[in-house]
Ligand binder design. Structure first.
Ligand code: SAM
Ligand code: DTB
Ligand code: SF4
Length: 353
């Protein structure tokens, strides 16, 4: 273990891709105030800590999924009361995207309950992406596993980000999902990167994993060929009918620790405080922002479950002095996201296209 001063300097400097599990565990084990102090320092060196990127989710194809993800209300095999719906029409998606933009979102994320899209689905999704992009929003999609040519077609349609999560520690993965391997997910992420798309990749905590397994989950994210541009940390939303319903609740401080360590390991990534906010107090969310979370899902619904209402989030931002990150999309469709901390000289303008 390096000396404290050495360790702090290296955390904030160039992102590392060689974190060991024991180093990550040591961070998770730090006294809580020390961990928050370190994470907040890394956050400030890389971002304006008052800015939070805001995305809105829409389920464009709901339920009826053949996979067995033990947390998911959209898996056909679990009786969760979710009504399966077919792929939405482009105009209906654009209507929702206009409303999301008017409510302050800068990115619109379209989710489909597929194991993987069929090639015949791609032109329909491409039309949605092009439509949403034309409104001046950043675009994100999460459609399951992709082939290389599917990823390229989505990129060509104007997709900015692709969300595909590893979900949990490789050791724990097999007790949560049996219908596809973790390697399948790595393959999709490779196709996404190769197509020039930005990656959004994280997972879920509170699924009965140990702290050591949370370390393994974070280590896996931080040692991928490139850190994900965006790292969603979801707290399990327990849905009746799913196998994980009734799992012992995770200590909220463990959730904050997970956010803080994600911030330290992936200093230049957006760390998203994702699913589970509706079940969190304002104080817990404030701790997450203080620990380095700098993006959220906004709008009253995630995919099928609830999210805090817009007025509540606005009031929380006002109380905490936070503001939504502005993103402008220029004539070439390049997006310019957020203001970075004035001290950062190696990311001028952050033209991310
Ligand atoms: N079907 C695609 C897939 O699995 O990649 C895309 C949609 S899937 C719903 C996207 C992500 O939502 C999952 O990888 C998981 O991390 C998250 N998720 C799903 N159900 C959840 C729940 N009950 N609580 C927290 N996160 C959840
Ligand atoms: C992610 O990591 N979390 C979002 C988004 N990516 C697609 C989804 C959360 C889903 C929560 C359960 C639901 O609403 O169905
Ligand atoms: Fe299907 Fe995705 Fe839900 Fe798994 S997480 S059951 S793949 S919709």
């Amino acid at each position: 273990m390096p000396a404290v001063s050495e360790f702090r300097a290296s955390e904030a400097a160039t992102p590392r891709h060689d974190w060991t599990r024991s180093e990550v565990e040591a961070l998770l084990d730090l006294p809580f105030p020390e961990l928050l102090f370190r994470a907040a320092g890394v956050h400030r060196l890389n971002f304006d800590p008052a800015e939070v990127q805001v995305s809105t989710l829409l389920s464009v194809k709901t339920g009826g999924c053949p996979e067995d993800c033990a947390y998911c209300p959209q898996a056909q095999r679990y009786d969760t009361g979710v009504d399966a719906q077919k792929l939405m029409e482009t105009e209906a998606v654009m209507e929702k995207a206009r409303a999301a933009k008017a409510a302050g979102a800068s990115r619109f994320c379209m989710g489909a309950a597929w194991r993987s899209p069929k090639d015949r689905d791609i032109p329909k999704v491409a039309a949605m992406i092009a439509g949403v992009k034309s409104l001046g929003l950043e675009t994100c999609a999460t459609l399951g596993m992709l082939t290389g040519s599917q990823a390229q077609a989505l990129k060509d349609a104007g997709l900015d980000y692709y969300n595909h999560n590893i979900d949990t520690d490789p050791e724990h993965y097999g007790s949560i999902i049996r219908t596809r391997e973790l390697q399948d997910r790595f393959d999709t992420l490779e196709h996404v990167r190769d197509a020039g798309l930005k990656t959004c990749c994280g997972g879920i905590v509170g699924m009965g994993e140990t702290r050591r397994q949370r370390a393994g989950f974070l280590q896996t994210l931080a040692t991928m060929p490139a850190h994900p541009d965006s790292v969603p940390i979801n707290r399990l939303v327990q849905v009746e009918g799913t196998p994980l319903h009734g799992t012992a609740e995770l200590d909220p401080f463990e959730f904050v620790r997970t956010i803080a360590v994600a911030r330290i390991l992936m200093p230049k990534s957006m760390v998203r405080l994702s699913a589970g906010r509706e079940q969190m107090s304002d104080e817990l969310q404030a701790l997450c922002f203080s620990a380095g979370a700098n993006s959220i899902f906004h709008g009253e619904k995630l995919l099928t479950t609830g999210n805090p209402d817009v007025a509540h989030d606005q009031a929380l931002f006002d109380r905490l002095g936070l503001r939504a990150m502005q993103v402008t999309v220029d004539a070439e469709g390049h997006d310019h996201g957020g203001t970075v901390h004035a001290d950062i000289v190696d990311q001028p303008g952050r033209c991310v296209a």
